[in-house]
Write a protein that binds this ligand. Structure first.
Ligand code: 1GP
Length: 252
């Protein structure tokens, strides 16, 4: 519960938490150290690590290299059961509760559980809800399931509540990495009003203003990924952190 409690405490203290997604296929080894230091200085609260495919990256050495650079939590955001590493601190134990594909509701979990136990990392049970976002995202395609239509906040809210009643500790509203449209504010609001567990919002968030809007509508954790694959954007990490940490004085 160490990492989960860290997230709860961060949300309590800062208003919301900010996690950056690191994809081993997209962040080269030479850029790990400068990027991680940038993030630390800018006030990022931790890292999600994973990718839908992992075409080239070696997850173990990727995480090991990050761990050398930071003491912030490293949380695996698995795209498949191969993405388990004892160098991480925790893993989002995802169930795609927006879908009806049993493999992603319980099947993969049976295979992954003994591996997670052996890796001795903290599993954080997470209800993963895919939201329609203008294009077919990798997450939707790979999960073989339908996303929730973006104009149906009530379906998302009921789905999230079911996840909470099943014992999930986090709800993740996912528009998909690189999504054209982020999760609609109205949907974030409906879900966060219905649930009492923290709500993560990710996918297609490309400006601090949009991140702030999600937080104002009830998001507890914001995730960005793609936007910082372009080094020219690194100076904006602090702007995102400031927008998300609404309870803290703005840092420059
Ligand atoms: C996490 O998928 C995100 O849920 C990251 O999305 O790459 O679009 O920021 P972006």
């Amino acid at each position: 519960m160490k990492i989960y409690n860290y997230l709860l405490n961060t949300i309590r203290a800062k208003g919301a938490a900010y996690l950056i997604l690191l994809d081993p296929d997209k962040l080269s080894i030479s850029k790990i150290a400068p990027f991680i230091h940038h993030c630390e200085k800018a006030g990022v609260d931790g890292f999600l690590i994973g990718g839908s495919l992992m075409m080239s990256g070696d997850l173990n050495s990727f995480i090991e290299n990050i761990k050398i650079e930071t003491s912030l939590p490293l949380i695996i955001f698995p795209g498949s059961v191969n993405q388990i590493s004892s160098f991480a601190d925790a893993i989002l134990f995802l169930s795609v509760i927006s879908g009806r594909n049993s493999e992603h509701l319980i099947g993969k979990h049976v295979t992954a559980s003994p591996l997670i136990k052996r890796a001795n990392i903290e599993p954080i049970s997470t209800g993963y809800i895919l939201i329609e976002s203008g294009v077919t995202t990798t997450a939707v395609y790979m999960s073989g399931s339908l996303p929730i239509p973006r104009n149906k906040p009530e379906i998302a809210a009921a789905t999230a509540l079911a996840g909470e009643y099943l014992g999930m500790k986090l709800i993740y509203l996912e528009a998909g990495s690189g999504a054209q449209d982020s999760v609609p504010d109205q949907m974030v609001k409906a879900v966060s009003e219905e649930c009492s567990v923290p709500v993560i919002v990710g996918g297609g968030i490309r400006t601090p203003q949009v991140a702030r809007q999600k937080v104002e509508n009830g998001a507890d954790i914001i995730v960005t990924g793609n936007f910082f694959e372009d080094e020219n954007n690194w100076d904006m990490i602090r702007d995102f952190a400031n927008a998300i940490h609404y309870k803290l004085p703005v840092e420059v």
